[in-house]
Structures are given as C-alpha cells and as structure tokens.
Design a binder for this molecule. Structure first.
Ligand code: SF4
Ligand code: SF4
Length: 346
C-alpha cells in the first residue's frame, strides 16, 4: 500500500484510512475485530474513531489489543465543552480504547467562532490538550470541522497537527475555499472526511479517483466488509483516467445530487420559526452512516414536527452557501424520515 506522510507529525500511514463509526452502528464486536485485523493485514494503519461514536472506541480498542496496537495510528475526538469536561473526555477515550496513549486527539466539530474562543481562551481547551500531550497521553492535536473560515483560521494558528475535513467529488470546498491550501502551508496533515459524500456517491471509482489526486490526503472510509477494503485499495492504486464522456456523466451527477446535498455547515441557522434546520437537512448523511435506530432520535422527531411551521420566508436559503432549496428539503426529508421510522418500527 502506498504510504502517506501525515504532515508535520512525520508519521507515515497506509494511504487508505479506516473510519470506525460503522463498526459501532453496523457490526458486532467479533465482526469488528475481524474487520480491523483484516484492514491492518492489508496495510491500513490509520484508524479514526470518536468518543461520540457509540461503542466504536471500545470495539476498536479491543481489536487493537496487544501487538497490533503498535502497528496502528489511532485518532479519536471529543466535542467541545468546558475544560473540566474535555479533560474527562480524554480520560474516557483512553479508558474505552484501553490504551496508554492516543496518537491524535481532535476537537470534534470546531465550527463556530464561540467554539474557537473556548479552545483558545486562557485556561481553555487547548491548554487541556497540551497538558495531556505533555503527560504522554496524546501525541498530536487535531480538529474536525465543516466551516471553511473557521477551519482556515484554526489551521493558521499553527498549533494543529491534523485536520479532518470533508473533501470529496461532491464536496470540494476544502479546495475552493482554501482549507487544503492552508493545511499545505502549515504542513498540517489533511484527512478527508466523507470521501463518499456521506453515502451519496455510490460509485466507488468516482469517489476514490477524485480524492487520490491529492497526494497528501488520507481518505477516511467507513468499511463494513473486507471486500470493500480490497476494492478501495485496488481503485486507489489503479492508473485509469476517465474519458471525457465519463467525466461529463460525473459532472451531471454532481450537479443533480448537489442540489440536495447538505454539507452540515449550519450557516442557514437560526430560523426565525425555531426550526433546527440542519438536523433535518443533514439527516440523510447521518442515516447512511448510522442506520435508522441511531439516526432517528426523539430530538430529530421533534425537529421534524416543527417543519410544518416553516413559512417559506427563504431567509435560510439566502444564508446557505450552496443555495439549497431548504424549505423543499425539509418537507422531502420529513417524509423520508417518517417512512424510515415507520418501517423500522420506531
Ligand atoms: S424558509 Fe422556513 S426553514 Fe427557512 S428560515 Fe424561513 S421559516 Fe425557517
Ligand atoms: S442547508 Fe446549507 S447552510 Fe444549512 S447546513 Fe446544509 S449546507 Fe449548510
């Protein structure tokens, strides 16, 4: 497997990363262990999990017990909270992973100016990270995000080693809005979040061919079966260029699906009617990754009820950087959510 240097950390990992959310939602413990072992044996050495991914840390930690631990580079992350709670999150991740150290620890979803201030305030969360790093409990510091301006600003502070950010055939803002360029300037490792567009890109060849053009980017992919790992590795290493007709077909697909493709950035909010828009518009991505039970929560059902009070004022559409038809998506997703909830017996 091709090796990729993770920016200024200097460590090298197999070019394909393993996203461990799916082992929490789709596999039991022994199937997870088998899949993680298979991945390691085929040269996948980077594993990404999170405190918030249900029992993913527990399953991943179990699979990497013993000699395998040293062969893996493990990243985990926790949501932004107050310093005490964040310190506890690091403890919890270490305990759940059953590890003495975590290679990369990240702020999960650094997307708001307020969160940026919480991280960088005196005595804030970055101090907590640095203390954990000094104590040898984490080795490098990163963040995941969805908002270009905040991601660029965070990278430009010069304190981050790693960024996990959406980059796919469907979602190119990392490139067009300078996040990738900022990471290159600062030699920050770039991990591609949702290289399959959160499940919307059903053609693995399209997804992989797009992302592999960025030689320093490690796509983090949620696998469920060994054959998927083999297929992605094969596609990553092949040298076939698409024909003009194929490219045109890809572009048509991108434009068609792009009209309904919520990136989860949250720029559209707040809604004057109090509708938690992103919860509903971004739901298809969460559903694809986590399934019906985990994605259709009481909170989501409450949000869905509120869709009815939308006045179609289109304030949200004006704010959405992609001009998505949010009122239409809210209604469409509402129907979809209720159908899925019903057939899952929720
Ligand atoms: S169009 Fe509907 S969802 Fe959008 S801001 Fe207006 S009321 Fe809220
Ligand atoms: S609807 Fe638009 S602004 Fe709102 S979260 Fe999705 S992509 Fe972002």
């Amino acid at each position: 497997m091709k090796q990729i240097r993770l920016g200024r950390t200097g460590i090298e990992v197999g070019a394909i990363g393993f996203g461990a959310l799916q082992i929490a939602t789709k596999l039991n413990s022994s199937a997870s262990t088998r899949l993680v072992h298979y991945a390691l044996d085929t040269g996948v050495t980077f594993f990404d999990t999170a405190l918030g991914y249900m029992d993913s840390e527990i399953k991943l930690g179990k699979a990497l017990r013993g000699r395998r631990r040293a062969r893996a580079i493990v990243a985990s992350k926790a949501g932004i909270s107050d310093p005490k709670s964040f310190a506890r999150s690091i403890d919890d991740s270490l305990r759940r992973l059953q590890m003495d150290y975590i290679d990369i620890y990240m702020f999960h979803g650094l997307d708001r100016p307020k969160q940026f201030n919480q991280v960088f305030a005196d005595g804030g969360l970055m101090d907590v990270m640095h203390r954990a790093q000094k104590a040898g409990r984490i080795r490098w510091i990163g963040f995941s995000g969805h908002v270009p301006a905040i991601a660029r600003r965070s990278i430009e502070t010069g304190v981050f080693d790693v960024v996990l950010y959406p980059l796919s055939f469907m979602n190119r803002e990392a490139r067009s809005k300078g996040v990738l360029a900022a990471a290159r300037r600062r030699d920050v490792a770039f991990l591609s979040m949702k290289p399959f567009g959160g499940g919307r890109i059903h053609r693995a060849d399209w997804a992989i061919d797009y992302v592999k053009q960025f030689a320093e980017v490690v796509p983090v992919i949620g696998f469920e079966r060994p054959e998927q790992i083999d297929e992605v590795i094969r596609l990553y290493h092949r040298k076939i260029a698409f024909t003009a007709a194929q490219r045109a077909e890809m572009e048509r697909f991108r434009r068609r699906v792009g009209r309904f493709f919520c990136r989860g950035c949250g720029y559209c909010m707040p809604c004057p009617q109090g509708i938690p828009i992103k919860k509903v518009t971004f739901w298809p991505v969460i559903y694809e990754q986590m399934g019906a039970k985990a994605s259709i929560t009481p909170h989501l059902l409450k949000a869905v009820e509120l869709v009815e009070v939308c006045t179609r004022c289109r304030k949200c559409v004006e704010r959405c950087p992609y001009s998505l038809d949010i009122p239409g998506m809210l209604r469409g997703n509402k129907q979809h959510i209720l159908r899925v909830a019903q057939s899952a017996g929720l």
